[in-house]
Write a protein that binds this ligand. Sequence first.
Ligand SMILES: C=CC1=C(C)c2cc3[nH]c(cc4nc(cc5[nH]c(cc1n2)c(C)c5CCC(=O)O)C(CCC(=O)O)=C4C)c(C)c3C=C
Ligand SMILES: [Fe+2]
Ligand SMILES: [Fe+2]
Length: 361
Amino acid sequence: MPALLKEPAFRHDYTPKTGILLINLGTPAAPTAKALRPYLKQFLSDSRVIEIPKAIWWFILNGIILNVRPAKSAAKYATIWTPDGSPLLVHTQKQTTLLKGLLGEQGMRNLVVDYAMRYGQPSVEQTMIKMREAGVERLLVIPLYPQYAGSSSATALDDVFRTLQKMRNMPEVRTVRHFHDHPAYIQALADSVREHWRLNGRAEKLVMSFHGVPRFTLDKGDPYHCECLKTGRLLAEELGLGKTEYVVSFQSRFGKAEWIKPYTTEVLTQLARDGVSRIDVMCPGFVGDCLETLEEIAMEGKEDFLTHGGKEYRYIACLNERPAWITALAEIAAANLGGWITTPDDAEMRQLRARSCGAKS
Ligand SMILES: C=CC1=C(C)c2cc3[nH]c(cc4nc(cc5[nH]c(cc1n2)c(C)c5CCC(=O)O)C(CCC(=O)O)=C4C)c(C)c3C=C
Ligand SMILES: [Fe+2]
Ligand SMILES: [Fe+2]
């Protein structure tokens, strides 16, 4: 049992709140090798992400990867960094604010909406302590990954459960496992494609590129690959696309092992070689633009396609702050908040609470 966190003395006179905690992957604090090193170390030391035996991996990580990758990755981050910081952080912050605003407009009171990062800052523990201090007694956790994977959603939830183990007065907890087939999420994606078509016309193919995972995880029971294909199919159906008009592929391969296929780079190269001249490319598995979409897909992917004979490569931005996506997020939250959002005003709630144990305050 880990050591318990410090908590304030119990009191009656506060309004119990319901919290929504959005968890995203996390991102380095700056686009520098110095900032990349601790970020990558934390990320790549996660046994949900790297399943190689710990002792062997320790040597590979500390002896090779952490000496080479920080500088290489920092150079990539530098190409997408914004004046407000890393796009992943900026979009997560904005999504949190917009969700809070929308749920407030929908009349949900006594609600705390906040975000945390699985790697880097603010950590899950930090945000959970902050929410507990704000009076959160019921906590809904939404990992910002539409498709469940052990290396994304599950590790985010591990962090929540680890923090709960350290809480004396732990909140009630509900978790969202995935929303890969949620109609409002599919609608939001479809809206973004239709808007792109309205402004730019329609390309010959729509490429839907998802983050990859090692192939063996599928063989060992991870549903991620299947959920990506389902998202792709539902989106294509919503857009009225036939089987030959879209392709689902997987990006961001790490290391030499086989990952789920087809690889996005190979698909882009092959499409160009096959004489397809104009393609639309999107990343439905990322709800906000980040390094993997802005650098790997919008920049490197474009180069792959154009250098192999393609003529026009149009990247469709992630959902980011699109109103339809914030509405979808609110729907996903509301569907999981059943019975948790109470209507009595603050004073009444305090009275109810004090009365239940006979105390005066
Ligand atoms: C080492 C293996 C990796 C697995 C497995 C993996 C799964 C996975 N990742 C995401 C989402 C994101 N990954 C991002 C960056 C990133 N991913 C890996 C490695 C694995 N990911 C690394 C080493 C990095 C860091 C960048 C680099 O050095 O290449 C990001 C972007 C972060 C940002 O700051 O913008 C996202 C998002 C998912 C959803 C997933 C499993 C399904
Ligand atoms: Fe990743
Ligand atoms: Fe399947």
